[in-house]
Design a protein around this ligand. Sequence first.
Ligand SMILES: Cc1ncc(COP(=O)(O)O)c(C=O)c1O
Length: 373
Amino acid sequence: MTLFDVYPLFDIAIVKGQGCHVWDDKGTEYLDLYGGHAVISIGHAHPHYVEMISRQVATLGFYSNSVINPLQQELAKRLGQASGYDDYALFLINSGAEANENALKLASFTNGRTRVVSFQKAFHGRTSLAVEATDNPKIIAPINANGHITYLPLNDVEAMQQELAKGDVCAVILEGIQGVGGIQIPTDEFMQALRTACDATGTVLILDEIQSGYGRSGRFFAHQYSGIRPDIITVAKGIGNGFPMGGVLISPKFTPVYGQLGTTFGGNHLACAAALAVLDVMEQEQLVENAAKVGNYLLSELQQLPQIKQVRGRGLMIGMEFAEPIKQLRLRLLKEQHVFTGVSGTHVIRLLPPLCLTQAQAEEFLHRLKAVL
Ligand SMILES: Cc1ncc(COP(=O)(O)O)c(C=O)c1O
């Protein structure tokens, strides 16, 4: 058997990671400004994470969601405290797409509606309704194109108010900061108007914080800059530092119903041990504060580079937009300077490093970037 060839690959095999560095099978060290696509939050192979997972797998790796799982209860409590959403409830699954899928299901179960508002350039995952809410026709299969979604321009208050005033929109889903869309930030004014319009029309407000959440923006959730509270928040990526996991944070407005949502693997013991280790380290090493501090430094330094057309972002979620296509530049960063970065489309390089990136590592990155500009 061979692999189903859906990924355009770099000819590099990463075999080891430590903190903000990874190594290939030839022993070459790379600075990781990509975090395996915003997944590595506390750094590669953090000793506390390794210990917690090792201990848990040697004790109990998995049992089903038909019995009490004290680790899930502890995770819900700790995540509520860390995020400022103490009064919300947690439903655990295995990925970001699954988190959005469940958020949209819950919204529809609750208000009985079927229309969803999403935004231009949005990315919400690759499963059924999550992919339909993703503004990229190339990845929506005919079987997923079911006419549920209206895409609106981000930050257009009037267009949003007009659509919601129709009174039949089930949910609005938007990213705390658009990632795949090229680091586009919703304005505070838009977020506040959206909250008001959702309340007035019985529409569920879902914040997809899968990429922008878990401290990456310099706040626990990116939407917290605007002061609003969504009805549902989805998380994944950084929650398990690479252990596959997703979560749905659900406002007390919603009433749980037995059997309505469910999963075999979601919230298993091993995943919870990983997620608890992540919260321990985020707290002990003050990684949200670090993301804000080092992120602000990077943003202000990058904004001074005349070769970059525009720098956008918050914390350690940064987009550098160039006037020219960035394919060659990114390849030179990787091959000549040994720096991993991400992309958005053809003109934006995305920085999504582990949240433990140090000031010295940020300086080192700037040095290596300048060498290829
Ligand atoms: C904002 C956002 N939502 C959802 C997803 C989907 O997550 P997953 O790949 O874990 O299904 C992603 C992944 O990149 C994302 O960036």
